[in-house]
Design a protein around this ligand. Structure first.
Ligand code: SAM
Length: 251
């Protein structure tokens, strides 16, 4: 898969792409991520990329010409051109998985007061927001999308199945995780995790995931894939029961 990030501030983006999992995925050729300087596509001696907005109001707007020129130079057939935009559809694990299915994604990072509307209307075929807040530019959102997408690509995550149990993978939050030591500051790792009984561990994790999701993000339960028994479990939580009160805590 190829991801192009078009930005006025490549220096903000490149360091994050060089480290850790993203850096390794790139080095191993699992993803081809390119950082493209928007200014390279601006015309004139001063390579101007922004201008005042028509109709008044403070702040500058990114001009359409450099963005059109950049995308037209980069675009491969079928490429998904995504404008980073607080008004776009919200990034979720589902959106990340959808983008991970593409062969070429071009992420356009806006700046200043935003981007000339003709970019959204006639150039980008998608717009993504990373949440209901406004950042100074699209660089961090583009990195967030790149990270969320890259870790879903085949071979990027080390442990097989690690992504399958993660938060949002099946509409639930991830259950608690522990590592050594077994006891730390008076808190012991739940005994079931040390039992070696994989079926019980899987049950415990499932109950914890449902419990945590019910407590922290009940909105997710409406669409989570739950069995009828698991729906009954949610009803028990609603009546005030906790996982510890179930007959078998790994139940
Ligand atoms: N005036 C715009 C508005 O009210 O919607 C906000 C412009 S923002 C200061 C500049 C750029 O940052 C945007 O064009 C977009 O590319 C990016 N940006 C800011 N917040 C974002 C978010 N939550 N998700 C995605 N991109 C965002």
């Amino acid at each position: 898969m190829r991801i192009d990030i078009v930005t006025l501030f490549p220096g903000m983006v490149e360091p994050a792409l060089a480290e850790s999992m993203l850096g390794r995925a790139r080095a191993r050729g699992l993803v081809d991520i390119r950082v493209v300087n928007l200014r390279d596509y601006a015309e004139g001696r001063h390579r101007v990329t922004d201008d005042y907005q028509f109709g008044g109001g403070g702040g500058m707007v990114l001009k359409p010409e450099p963005l059109f020129a950049a995308v037209e130079a980069l675009r491969t057939p079928g490429a998904r051109v995504v404008l980073m935009d607080p008004r776009g559809r919200t990034l979720t694990q589902k959106v990340a998985a959808e983008l991970a299915g593409e062969t070429h994604v071009i992420l356009l990072a806006g700046r200043y007061e935003g981007v000339d509307a003709r970019v959204g209307e006639g150039l980008a075929n998608d717009a993504v927001s990373i949440g209901d807040y406004v950042l100074t530019g699209g660089e961090l959102p583009a990195l967030v999308v790149t990270d969320a997408v890259t870790r879903l690509l085949p071979g990027v995550l080390g442990a097989e199945g690690a992504a399958a149990r993660e938060s949002f993978a099946d509409g639930l939050l991830e259950p608690p995780q522990y590592t050594r030591p077994e006891a730390y500051r008076g808190v012991r790792v739940p005994a079931v995790l040390l039992s070696g009984d994989h079926a019980r561990i899987a049950r415990w994790r499932r109950v914890q995931a449902i419990w945590l999701t019910w407590r922290e993000r009940p909105d997710l339960l409406a669409t989570a894939r739950l069995t009828p028994d698991e729906r009954k479990l949610v009803e028990r939580f609603e009546r005030g029961e906790t996982p510890e009160q179930l007959d078998d805590p790994a139940n």
